[in-house]
Design a protein around this ligand. Structure first.
Ligand code: ADP
Ligand code: MG
Length: 348
């Protein structure tokens, strides 16, 4: 419930800052017609807004596409591609083109991030109770036992089939919403939409700019309180944030455990980062990187950014410092209430 409430809040804030009336999207100043769809899919709240002629029809197609993808990747739905792979006893399973593409991408990113992104970490996540909301702290022995079945290198894609070893569990939760957001953006563009804001549970994609031609304004959620820390202005790109502040539990001894797991230890990430926001043209890259850079910690994330082009990031540190890569220098400003937070630019 905590998670649902905070997601809703984030969306409200976002809609407010983006200048889009939640209740009646029709009133935008540009005079363009506006449509929005709010629904629950992929375990999260989704809000799609589009402007201009044909927006309503385009959004109906977009929603159907998201629901189709959700049906392919659910870990628990017995008819999904991922369920079939996870219950095949290690046999290769023929899956849809979308699933081939996304599994391939997840495996590539797992390799590229040195295993910080680990699409087979699901069993460990389950042991901590994150998949059922029955949270608990597993013993070291239990974690060690499960980690023996966590290794993306034992999953392979061959043509249209995906194969993993018996007992392993593949889960695309860290990349699926990003992939879906790219698919929806492409679909809306094909339908002639030139201005839209897509929010798949905090995975944001902006198509073009706002209907009046100005940049979209996104409120960056504070990991510390129900508030935003600042505003990012952007157009035609994706923005995705990961952190352990939305989906977490507090153990009897007061320790806070969040839903992003460090695959090296089997423990929820606990480092110097409070959140990571990634900005790039590609939503699935943002999604994969926000999760894995969060696992790496600030030094690891900055090193990765220096070695890889094509994305920018905002790191909010546990000590409340904000680190921004140089490409976003003129796109981010702190809210007045947070001018005390130290802002540093990270250079290549
Ligand atoms: P969210 O889906 O909440 O927006 P993320 O994109 O960061 O956030 O994905 C977190 C989800 O990914 C977790 O809920 C879990 O299902 C899965 N996960 C947790 N740790 C990892 C990891 N190291 N690599 C890949 N997936 C992970
Ligand atoms: Mg992610």
């Amino acid at each position: 419930m905590k998670r649902l409430l905070s997601s809703l809040l984030a969306i409200c804030l976002l809609a407010g800052l983006a200048g889009c009336a939640m209740e009646s999207p029709q009133g935008n100043e540009s005079g363009l017609s506006a449509s929005s769809h709010d629904f629950f899919a992929m375990n999260t709240y989704i809000r799609l807004e589009a402007y201009g002629d044909g927006a309503e029809d385009a959004l109906a197609l977009a929603q159907a596409r998201i629901e189709e993808l959700e049906g392919l990747w659910s870990v628990t739905d017995e008819t999904s591609d991922i369920y079939a792979v996870n219950h095949s006893g290690g046999q290769p399973v023929s899956v849809s083109e979308d699933s081939v593409e996304l599994v391939s991408f997840a495996l590539e990113m797992a390799e590229e991030t040195g295993g910080a992104l680990e699409p087979t970490v699901y069993l460990v996540l389950t042991a901590w109770g994150f998949t059922t909301d029955e949270h608990r702290v597993p013993s070291q022995e239990e974690i060690d036992g499960l980690l023996a079945s966590v290794d993306y290198r034992r999953v392979s894609v061959d043509g249209t089939t995906v194969q993993s070893e018996p007992g392993m569990m593949l889960d695309l939760g860290a990349v699926g919403k990003g992939y879906a957001s790219d698919e929806v953006a492409a679909l809306l563009r094909e339908e002639g939409i030139t201005s839209a804001l897509l929010d798949l549970g905090g995975n944001i994609v902006m198509i073009g700019s706002r209907p009046d031609g100005s940049d979209w304004r996104l409120g960056l959620q504070s990991p510390f309180e129900n508030d935003t820390v600042g505003v990012l202005t952007a157009s035609d790109c994706a923005v995705v944030t990961s952190g352990n502040y939305e989906n977490f539990f507090t153990a009897d001894d007061g320790t806070i455990y969040g839903h992003i797991i460090d695959p090296a230890t089997g423990y929820p990430v606990n480092n110097d980062l409070a959140s990571v926001t990634v900005v790039a043209p590609d939503g699935k890259l943002c999604d994969a990187l926000s999760t894995s850079l969060f696992v790496m910690g600030a030094d690891g994330a900055i090193e990765y950014w220096r070695e890889h082009s094509g994305f920018e990031m905002i790191l909010i540190m546990q000590d409340r410092q904000i680190l921004i890569t140089e490409g976003l220098d003129d796109q981010f400003s702190l809210d007045e209430a947070h001018l005390d937070m130290e802002l540093r630019i990270v250079e290549k």
